[in-house]
Design a protein around this ligand. Structure first.
Ligand code: ADP
Ligand code: NA
Length: 343
């Protein structure tokens, strides 16, 4: 039987926020507990994806280390998982090229993320002819690199959020195209769907919490101090309706705080159940309960993060160890792929 291999990636965009943690990273840690010891867990810090947005080299280097330290701080075990920088394993880029040679341009140009970048560029440019020079090939072919990330490790399972479903579908398309041309050598990956909550911005609760939002108060970083957490929750935008009730459409701010409270509730109560519990509470009392739950839920992450961040040589060793494991895993696939293609 095919061994189970889980692959997932995160961009090195700095210390993860609460949305990243709840929506993605917490699942990675959970898989360590839930999966059989024989399942390989491969987690990559995808720095090649990050350079589709230009940034100063020292910023990228710093953010890679921040994400590495954060992954260890939330409890990923480098003995149990393979954790590495994507660019440390050249086979990712090599397979991308091979996949690109059987991937359809038409399919890629229909991808939602590309279409939104395209319409953004067209609307912000006066002269239409410069749209083509503003948009970069790397952004267009981003899903091919994503497919290579997954397929080079023969991943059988990929935990993804809703926004990434289309990209996983494209990865399966790449498998079909390659296998049709060269024989059944690549593995079709399956989605691991987890009941993932979307955490909304604290200052603008109708849009999701995101690092691209300019306001620092709009998001909680998993390394925030208890005081920072309390202060951000205290100033989170709510409404003037008295009492606490769960209704995301009409009370997005309160409902988002109920979602957060539910995520970190030791008794696992739903947002609606918690709303009943706090029905008569003042916003202040309710927010204090949310802040308490968050401070407890994130306890220890900050201290471990600071300790790890101070130890560059430890982080280097961990990454090199992960890169070696990932290299071996990728080379097995590349041997098969190259033989099949005749390279
Ligand atoms: P951002 O939106 O801050 O740019 P990314 O797009 O890099 O974050 O997302 C990294 C991971 O975190 C993805 O798996 C994504 O689904 C998840 N994620 C990001 N923001 C949220 C959010 N507000 N709520 C839940 N999950 C989120
Ligand atoms: Na994003």
């Amino acid at each position: 039987a095919q061994p189970r291999v889980v692959f997932s990636g995160i961009q090195p965009t700095g210390v993860p926020h609460l949305g990243n943690y709840v929506g993605a990273l917490r699942q990675w840690v959970k898989l360590q507990r839930d999966e059989q010891p024989s399942t390989r867990l491969i987690y990559s810090i995808v720095d090649l994806h990050a350079i589709t947005v230009p940034q100063p080299p020292e910023t990228l280097r710093r953010r890679k280390r921040e994400v590495l330290a954060a992954l260890l701080a939330i409890g990923l075990d480098p003995e149990r998982c393979t954790i590495f920088y994507q660019s440390s394993v050249p086979a990712h880029s090599e397979l991308m090229w091979i996949l690109a040679c059987t991937a359809s341009v038409g399919y890629l140009s229909r991808m939602t993320q590309w279409k939104s970048k395209l319409s953004l560029a067209s609307s912000s440019t006066l002269e239409n002819k410069s749209v083509g020079s503003k948009l970069k090939l790397g952004l267009f072919s981003y899903p091919v690199l994503q497919a290579a990330d997954i397929l080079v490790h023969r991943a059988t399972h990929v935990p993804v959020g809703h926004d990434q479903q289309q990209h996983l579908e494209f990865a399966r398309e790449c498998v079909t195209n390659f296998n049709h041309a060269y024989g059944s050598h690549l593995v079709h990956p399956e989605t691991i769907v987890s009941p993932v909550q979307r955490i909304m911005s604290l200052t603008e609760p109708t849009s999701k919490m995101s690092k691209s939002h300019p306001a620092q108060r709009s998001r909680i970083l998993i390394t925030d101090t208890p005081q920072e957490i309390r202060s951000k929750i205290a100033t989170a935008l709510t409404d003037s309706t008295p009492g606490i009730s769960y209704d995301p459409a009409t009370r997005p701010g309160i409902s988002n705080l109920l979602e957060i409270l539910s995520v970190f509730d030791p008794e696992g109560r739903t947002p609606a159940q918690l709303a009943q519990e706090f029905a008569e509470a003042s916003p202040k009392v309710f927010k204090e309960a949310v802040a308490d739950a968050l401070v407890t839920g994130l306890h220890g992450i900050r201290d471990r993060y600071l300790e790890l961040s101070a130890d560059d040589s430890y982080l280097d060793r961990i990454e090199q160890h992960g890169a070696q494991k990932a290299q071996r895993s990728a080379e097995e696939t590349m041997d098969i792929v190259k033989a099949a293609v005749g390279l």
